[in-house]
Design a protein around this ligand. Structure first.
Ligand code: SAM
Length: 238
């Protein structure tokens, strides 16, 4: 789904503009909306990545670079973060400089669906809360597969809908009121937060996403549900 169905512009253009417009408040609101859990989830991505001892990592849809900065703790690893939103990258670059990590983390403008890297370039690819914003999900995943080395690992963090019917009821109740409310109080861009909530409900999570990953060239897909299934980490091998 597009952030605004009534505009003719492509989903990609709308997503780029939307994240440009919320880049300054993004980190703060992410923390509020996940009750600070996003930090824990990103640390989990780091632990999974570290266990594969990667030297080259691509963080797709890196945004303000929280995941890239977490991955920079892996000894001798070089991280490239790419994103289509220049304003999100600007916030990220300031954090990289502040942490004195410019030799380890490089942030570049780049589209997940058309990556400028050769086949088999990376040991690990990570994508945090990015895939549901892709214009063409399969194309983005196939590109991730292409740039991964053989046996390389893809780690995706994404919202999901809880399987349990009771938990799902409370999840809908909460997400349909709390996320748009927080967006309307703390941001001028109310529509962006309505889109983020609705796209989370619509995104094919769990088994459906596993089968999409398999169709895009990945094997051994493992799913780790977090926060009662409201978020999941998917780990897949090329
Ligand atoms: C919700 S933010 C996530 C940022 C960061 N990964 C995190 O976990 O905090 C989603 C990011 O995906 C980026 N994005 C969406 N589609 C993209 C694409 N096709 N290629 C690269 N980045 C994309 C957006 O610009 C935005 O910065």
């Amino acid at each position: 789904m597009k952030p605004n169905q009534f505009l003719n512009s492509s989903k990609k253009t709308q997503i780029e503009n939307m994240f440009d417009s919320i880049s300054v408040e993004y980190d703060f609101l992410n923390r509020v909306m996940t009750f600070g859990n996003d930090i824990r989830w990103k640390k989990k991505m780091y632990s999974i990545a570290k266990s594969h001892d990667p030297k080259t990592i691509l963080d797709i849809a890196t945004g303000t670079a929280d995941i890239a900065l977490e991955l920079a703790k892996i000894k001798d690893a070089k991280i490239i973060g790419v994103d289509i939103s220049e304003k999100m990258l600007e916030v990220g670059r300031k954090k990289v400089v502040a942490k004195n990590l410019s030799d380890t983390v490089v942030l570049k403008s780049g589209d997940a669906e058309n990556l400028s890297y050769s086949d088999s370039s990376f040991d690990v690819v990570t994508i945090g809360f990015g895939v549901r914003n892709f214009q063409n999900l399969e194309k983005g995943l196939e590109e991730s597969c292409r740039v991964l080395k053989s046996n390389g690992v893809l780690i995706i963090l994404e919202t999901s809908v809880p399987k349990n019917i009771i938990i799902r009821f409370f999840y809908f109740l909460f997400s349909r009121s709390f996320i748009p409310f927080v967006g309307s109080v703390f941001s001028k861009e109310k529509k962006a937060y309505q889109y983020l909530q609705k796209s989370a409900e619509k995104f094919p999570s769990g088994k459906r996403f596993v089968s999409i990953l398999e169709n895009c060239g990945f094997n051994n897909v493992d799913v780790k549900p977090l926060m009662l299934g409201a978020t999941s980490i998917y780990i897949a091998t090329k």
